[in-house]
Design a protein around this ligand. Structure first.
Ligand SMILES: [Zn+2]
Length: 359
C-alpha cells in the first residue's frame, strides 16, 4: 500500500487509512458532530463570560467548515480534496499546539489560511497560565477561574478549590500560620459543603513542618501537586472549550488504524512491512484500538505483497510455508529453477512446490 507521508517537526502522518472509511460514514459522523457543536455553541452563547470571545468565533468558523461538506456531492473531486486537506491542516496545527510549538502552528495556519479555524489564542493562554503554575504561582490560573466561574460550576470542576488549597499549603510551608488561618477562612471555608475532609486536613497541616514524613501531610507538601494542578487546569480548559484531551490527529488516526489492524500485526515474524499498524510510530497509537472486522479474509503474499487467488495461486514449500506463484516463478527464473523460502532459507526446485487450494 502506498501511503503519503508528510514530515513536519518530526511528525509522521499516513493519510491512507482515511481513504478506507466509506464517505457515507464520514457524512454521518459530521452530521452528528455538527449537531453536537451547534448544541455546545448554544450553551456557550448563554455564558456571558465567553460571548463574543475568540473561542466562540473559532467554533463558529469550524461549524461553517463542517457544514460545507453537506453541499459536496461525493468523495471525488477537487472540492472534497481541498476540504480534506483543510481538515488535516487543522489537526496538524492542533497537534503542534498541544506540543508547545506555537511558532510552527502560527506558521502553518498562516500559510494554509486556516487561522480562523484553529485555537492559537487559546493555546497561548494555556501556555501563559501553565508557565505561571510551573513557577509556583496560582495567580493567573485563579484569574482564569474567576473569568469562567459559571462555566466551571456547570462542569462541577474543583480546580479553583485545588488552587486555593495550594496557596494555603505554600503559606503553611513558609510557616506563616496567622496568614494561613486567615486565608483558609476566606478561601477554603466557602467550600466546606463539598470539601470538608480536605479542609480539616489542611487545618491540621499547620501542626506539621514541611519536612514531615507523616501522611497525608507529607503528600500535601509534595511539590508534585504543582504538576497535578497543571494537568487539572489543562483538562478544565479543554472541557470548557469542548476540546478532547487527546490531539484531534490521534483520534482520527485511531479510526484509520482500527480499520487496518489485524491479529498478525506487531508480530515481527509475520507483519506486513507496508502496514501502518505494524509501523513502529503509528503502531504505538494502534495498541489500544480494536481489530478490524473482515467478513472475508484475503491472503497476501509475503514476498510480493500481492493478493493470492486463483490467478496467482498460493504455492506451498515442503516445509509448509506458502507464497504466491508469481513471486516464486520470478525467483526461480533468476535462480535456475530453484526457489528459497525466505523464512527458513530452505531451497528446492520449483517443481517440488504444491499448489494450495483455499476452501
Ligand atoms: Zn499490521
Amino acid at each position: 500500500m502506498a501511503a503519503s507521508k508528510i514530515n513536519l517537526d518530526g511528525l509522521l502522518i499516513f493519510e491512507q487509512p482515511f481513504a478506507r472509511v466509506p464517505y457515507e460514514n464520514y457524512r454521518k459522523v459530521f452530521r452528528t458532530t455538527q449537531k453536537n457543536i451547534e448544541r455546545e455553541l448554544g450553551h456557550l452563547s448563554d455564558l456571558q463570560s465567553t460571548a463574543g470571545s475568540p473561542t466562540l468565533n473559532v467554533m463558529r468558523e469550524r461549524c461553517k467548515h463542517l457544514s460545507f461538506i453537506e453541499d459536496i456531492q461525493g468523495p471525488i473531486g477537487s472540492e472534497y480534496a481541498r476540504w480534506v486537506d483543510t481538515r488535516l491542516d487543522r489537526w496538524i496545527v492542533d497537534w503542534v499546539l498541544r506540543h508547545g510549538r506555537e511558532q510552527t502552528a502560527r506558521h502553518i495556519a498562516r500559510e494554509r489560511g486556516i487561522e480562523e479555524l484553529v485555537d492559537i489564542d487559546l493555546f497561548m493562554d494555556i501556555r501563559r497560565i501553565e508557565d505561571a503554575l510551573g513557577s509556583h504561582s496560582c495567580t493567573e490560573a485563579l484569574a482564569w477561574c474567576g473569568e469562567n466561574k459559571n462555566a466551571l460550576k456547570k462542569l462541577k470542576s474543583t480546580l479553583e478549590f485545588d488552587l486555593r488549597l495550594q496557596e494555603y499549603i505554600e503559606l503553611a510551608r513558609d510557616r506563616r500560620t496567622a496568614d494561613a488561618i486567615a486565608y483558609a477562612r476566606k478561601h477554603l471555608i466557602p467550600w466546606q459543603e463539598t470539601h470538608l475532609m480536605q479542609i480539616q486536613q489542611a487545618s491540621a497541616l499547620l501542626a506539621f513542618p514541611p519536612t514531615t514524613t507523616c501522611n497525608p501531610y507529607k503528600r500535601l507538601y509534595d511539590p508534585i501537586r504543582w504538576l497535578n494542578l497543571i494537568q487539572s487546569f489543562r483538562l478544565a480548559i479543554f472541557s470548557l472549550n469542548t476540546l478532547p484531551s487527546e490531539p484531534l490527529l490521534h483520534l482520527a488516526l485511531y479510526g484509520g488504524l482500527s480499520s487496518l489492524k489485524l491479529p498478525t500485526c506487531y508480530d515481527p515474524e509475520i507483519k506486513n512491512h507496508d502496514c501502518p499498524v505494524c509501523d513502529p510510530w503509528l503502531g504505538k497509537l494502534g495498541e489500544e484500538v480494536p481489530f478490524s472486522h473482515h467478513v472475508n479474509s484475503t491472503i497476501v503474499c509475503r514476498l510480493s505483497g500481492k493478493i493470492m487467488d486463483e490467478d496467482n495461486a498460493p504455492m506451498a514449500f515442503p516445509n509448509g510455508y506458502v507464497y504466491s506463484r508469481e513471486a516464486l516463478e520470478e525467483m526461480s527464473a533468476q535462480n535456475e529453477g530453484k526457489v528459497k523460502c525466505p523464512r527458513t532459507q530452505e531451497e528446492c526446485d520449483i517443481s517440488k512446490l504444491k499448489k494450495v487450494f483455499i476452501s
